[in-house]
Ligand binder design. Structure first.
Ligand code: G4P
Length: 527
């Protein structure tokens, strides 16, 4: 098969949602429909039920054994689908942001009872930054939720994206009977089943005007559905796939993942409309997936938490050309060639060594510490892939070494944990004070625990009252130097050596911005 044919078979996506909206359930149902698993219960939730490092560690250990849960590949209707898992816990939001750089589209789940929740808003912001196409799935229609029209309005308002329903629920809560697909004008009624997909159990109705609809769902619901469909077709413009691909319009599906309602409609539409791998930008130029030469980037590193086997798996997203095992590839940051003889592909429930991979695929590379998040591998070209920014953390703490004899171990441990993207490290220009920044408290416990158990280093964290880390730039070198000089005590370097202004409060940052109008301040490292 040619590279172009391989590319056109691939759809790589992620599911985003607020915890508890149904991500694990939907993932499992998609795998069931895709035939990749036979019964429910196979997909482990990556939820951390309590705010505890031990909980996290347990999950990481389990995942270390079965890293395949990070990427689930399956075939459906002749397409190769790669579903990338994203952590559910808000403290690991940064990990999710990075995973979103490796997908070509996203399915966003919304709980019909709770509507748009905060985590979904944040994740959608990241999707908007990259114009990622989004399909929305409104879940749990078997519960008494909010009015569908109201939910659609809320998505438009809170997530700043236009919507277009492509399925419509029949009833809700106790009287929920299924969904009608506006996309392929079909009504499919399943018998609710939490554990398996029984394709013998569904009926298909091609024309909702036909009287057989009344027989299946009753006259009242049949008439209500006919009215709703007429109304929806009247209010919303017809579905424009290009608007979806541009990230401006989210098609919306309704359903109940746990009962298999609406999942197939979602999957069938996804197969038709979701984008195949698209061009991506490096610092040098736009790279097309069908180019002959291989290139890709690392978006995630999974550490082996067992200190006896300190190897890690780096997740590479193939962006162009053909990846081949045992070939030498150029590591752009190190300006050196490396050979990866142990490359792995991920299937729904297993991982296997592979000899080649194509754009859209995720390859696991065993690594002993040469790779870090954001690294690019190529067949010689020097451009690094763009689009894996760091975001300003929300909590900052200074690291205090508690064992002077182990400062080397502490430095090494911190560096490696930062390479994995567990948190961000900022080093102040003055006094070389080290500050760890995170999105949530949980990471501090994880870092402390891992430093002790994997590196033998003990440390304490001291709370710092900082508002944000701001990356900054100016067209005028003179103004930049003046600014750095005047704010020297508040200047630090990030992991890549970029200068960062550590703002103590929002008001103070605003004042500084007024006083230095030639300096641009950003809450992300890429702008
Ligand atoms: P998450 O990964 O997004 O955090 O959510 P997850 O799939 O774990 O789902 C969260 C809870 O919502 C689960 O219940 C799950 O069964 C339930 N759920 C998912 N889809 C539906 C649906 O369509 N309707 C209803 N009513 N519930 C749904 P739980 O009690 O936390 O776990 P479990 O014991 O049921 O597995």
């Amino acid at each position: 098969m040619s590279i172009v044919e391989e590319i056109h078979k691939r759809k790589t996506f992620g599911i985003i949602s607020h915890p508890d909206a149904g991500k694990t359930t939907l993932t499992e149902k998609l795998l069931l429909f895709g035939g990749a698993i036979k019964s429910a219960g196979a997909v482990k939730s990556n939820k951390i039920s309590q705010h505890a490092a031990s909980d996290f560690m347990e999950i990481e250990k389990q995942r270390g054994i079965s890293v395949s849960t990070s990427v689930m590949g399956f075939d459906y209707k002749g397409m190769k689908i790669n579903l990338l898992d994203t952590p559910g816990h808000r403290d690991f939001a940064e990990d999710t942001y990075r995973t979103l750089t490796a997908v070509d589209s996203v399915v966003m789940i919304i709980d019909c009872v709770k509507g748009v929740e905060i985590q979904t808003e944040k994740l959608m912001e990241v999707c908007r930054m990259r114009s990622t196409p989004v399909i929305s799935f409104i879940n749990k229609l078997d519960r008494e939720g909010r009015d569908p029209y109201e939910l659609l309005d809320e998505i438009e308002e809170k997530l700043s994206i236009k919507v277009r329903p492509l399925s419509w629920p029949i009833g809700m809560g106790k009287s929920f009977k299924g969904v009608y697909s506006l996309y392929n004008k079909k009504l499919i009624l399943f018998t609710p089943s939490k554990t398996k997909i029984n394709t013998d159990d569904f009926v298909e109705i091609d024309d909702i005007q036909s009287s057989s609809l009344d027989e299946y769902i009753g006259e009242k619901d049949a008439n209500q559905l006919r009215d709703d469909v007429e109304l929806v077709e009247g209010i919303y413009p017809s579905f424009d796939v290009n608007e979806y691909l541009a990230g401006n319009l989210a098609p919306v599906f309704f359903g109940s993942a746990v009962n298999n309602f609406g999942v197939q409609e979602l999957l069938d539409c996804f197969i038709d409309i979701a984008p195949v791998p698209r061009p991506r930008h490096t610092a040098l130029r736009e790279i097309l997936p069908e180019e002959d030469k291989f290139s890709g980037f690392i978006f995630k590193i999974h550490a082996n938490i067992d200190p006896k086997h300190r190897n890690r798996i780096a997740f590479l997203r193939v962006c162009s050309g053909r990846f081949e095992r045992k070939k030498n590839y150029f590591h752009v940051r190190h300006e050196k060639n490396y050979r990866f003889s142990n490359a792995t592909a991920f299937m729904a429930q297993s991982k296997e060594t592979i000899d080649e991979a194509f754009p859209g695929d995720i390859v696991g590379l065993y690594d002993t510490g040469n790779l870090k998040i954001g690294d690019t591998l190529t067949e010689g070209e020097a451009g690094n892939y763009k689009g894996i920014p760091s975001f300003s953390p929300e909590i900052f703490k200074e690291v205090e070494n508690l064992d002077a004899m182990k400062s080397k171990q502490l430095d090494k441990g911190l560096r490696q944990l930062m390479d994995e993207g567990v948190a961000q490290l900022f080093t102040f220009e003055m006094g070389a004070r080290k500050v760890v920044g995170t999105v949530g408290q949980l990471q501090f416990e994880v870092i402390q625990h891992r430093l002790k158990h994997e590196y033998g280093a003990t440390c304490r964290f001291r709370q710092m009252n900082l508002f944000k880390a701001c990356w900054f730039a100016s067209d005028s070198k003179k103004k930049l130097d003046e600014f750095i000089k005047s704010k020297y005590r508040h200047i630090a370097r990030d992991k890549d050596g970029k200068v960062v202004f550590m703002a103590e409060t929002k008001q103070w940052l605003m004042m500084v911005q007024e006083n230095f109008p030639e300096i641009e301040f950003h809450f992300t490292s890429e702008f």
